[in-house]
Design a protein around this ligand. Sequence first.
Ligand SMILES: Cc1cc2nc3c(=O)[nH]c(=O)nc-3n(C[C@H](O)[C@H](O)[C@H](O)COP(=O)(O)OP(=O)(O)OC[C@H]3O[C@@H](n4cnc5c(N)ncnc54)[C@H](O)[C@@H]3O)c2cc1C
Length: 487
Amino acid sequence: MAGETHDVVIAGCGPAGMMLAAELALANVDVAVVERRPDHVLAGSRAGGFHARTIEVLDQRGVADRFLAEGQMVQAGFFGSTQLDTSDFPTRHPYTLALYQNAIERIMAAWIAELPVRIYYGSEVTGFAQDDAGVDVELADGGPLRAQYLVGCDGGRSLIRRAAGIDFPGWEATRSNLIAEVELSEEPPEGVRYDAYGVHGVGPMGDGKTFRAVTTERRLETGSEPTLQDLSAALIAVFDTDFGVHNPTWISRFTDATRQAATYRDRRVLLAGDAAHVHYPVGGQGLSLGVQDAVNLGWKLAQVVDGTSPDSLLDSYHAERHPVAERVLKLTMALTVMQRRDERTQTLVEVVSELAALDEPRRQLTGRHSGLDIRYELGDGHPQLGLRMPDLDLSTADGAVRVFALLHAARPLLLNLGRPGALGVGPWADRVQLIDAAYDGVWELPVLGAVSAPSAVLVRPDGYVAWVGEGDDAGLTDALTTWFGPR
Ligand SMILES: Cc1cc2nc3c(=O)[nH]c(=O)nc-3n(C[C@H](O)[C@H](O)[C@H](O)COP(=O)(O)OP(=O)(O)OC[C@H]3O[C@@H](n4cnc5c(N)ncnc54)[C@H](O)[C@@H]3O)c2cc1C
């Protein structure tokens, strides 16, 4: 691989790296991923699934069914003790998909194997040097690789972030948990237990013999290699027994350290996923954030690499995604506090849970938890502007089609819902698909409810609406230029 060149090199082939590789490959970018692991197999189950907006994002690329076929649809969101039920939200996927991360990564790896993505497994990025024209990516066992852009999707301890000198401000850890996959000699109690330290639980993994155990430690520990003895002691401290724990296949430790990269971009180097933000896993947000970072960045990077758009388009990646993660980090910190159930915090949980059960707060919190409320600041105007495009059932001259099916190839879409032929894309015809269609249902948005039906929408490849027509084409040329390059 010494001296090989690619348009984009991604460090790390976790969920964020794989999603970004898929997005770039769909846009015909020559992309390579460098991954330290020898293959896609993940030690341990790690994340437990993802939420509605992430399922939609995968549906936009036509691959959601692969994940749905293996996972379970559940209502997994909680605020205190109030369930954040998504089932009345206007989406085809009003639920969380419970599916362990090792299965998610297996399915993603199979998907990108169908795309022109080069993966250097068993290879580690050790540094980089950027100049005006590109980046030399140094590898432990060869290289360097040359690329126009380098994206660090290399997890919470990101070497790329550190080597770029990007600050990672936030909050130090106050709490640590052990997580493990083990066999037991005794049956554990069902459900989770809260105490003054946090949450604890042991549950079956579904294979008839393995259990996943999570305990909050009595003292903050930060060592990354916990032992079976540590786990046994932690279980006894909570349950008075370790249930005869034995035969661990995975033991790990995580903390509530919460941090976010001060900038997601330093010239030709960008960050996505845990490399850009880390937080306690309560609420199950990390993997979803990373996948959606990748979907925001992918098409922009592709347009810059092929010269369609100026390099400044990449600044919108930080501008849009940093505030999204900032909000999620706050949500996870609030949820973390509410897991610590000493008597005084218990009263806080009770009051907050009562309030969260009221309809308006529940909708707001559910919108946040599911990611369906994400709105990029694209200016004032129709409420649909900057929000995710709903997956409407459309009628066209060629028959019925879902909006998301029109996004499978990750290309921008101008949807004319008014008089057929009323809109044109002129010089953008090779970049933007123009579809004349009709939709006669109610136009309903998550959290907001019913809104007036637009006469047209310009949908970015990530599924967010960049322009809304309200009877004419005012502002359309500006929006096309901003998002899809000059004429
Ligand atoms: C116990 C637990 C439960 C969780 N539950 C959920 C959940 O339910 N839902 C959810 O959304 N999230 C959850 N998360 C968070 C989720 O696991 C992470 O947010 C997610 O894995 C981040 O993906 P990523 O691709 O950014 O980084 P990672 O998954 O960390 O991937 C980074 C990749 O980069 C590779 N790498 C690192 N350094 C280098 C290098 N120098 N060179 C080459 N390769 C390198 C690593 O080997 C790895 O494959 C949970 C996390 C934990 C610990």
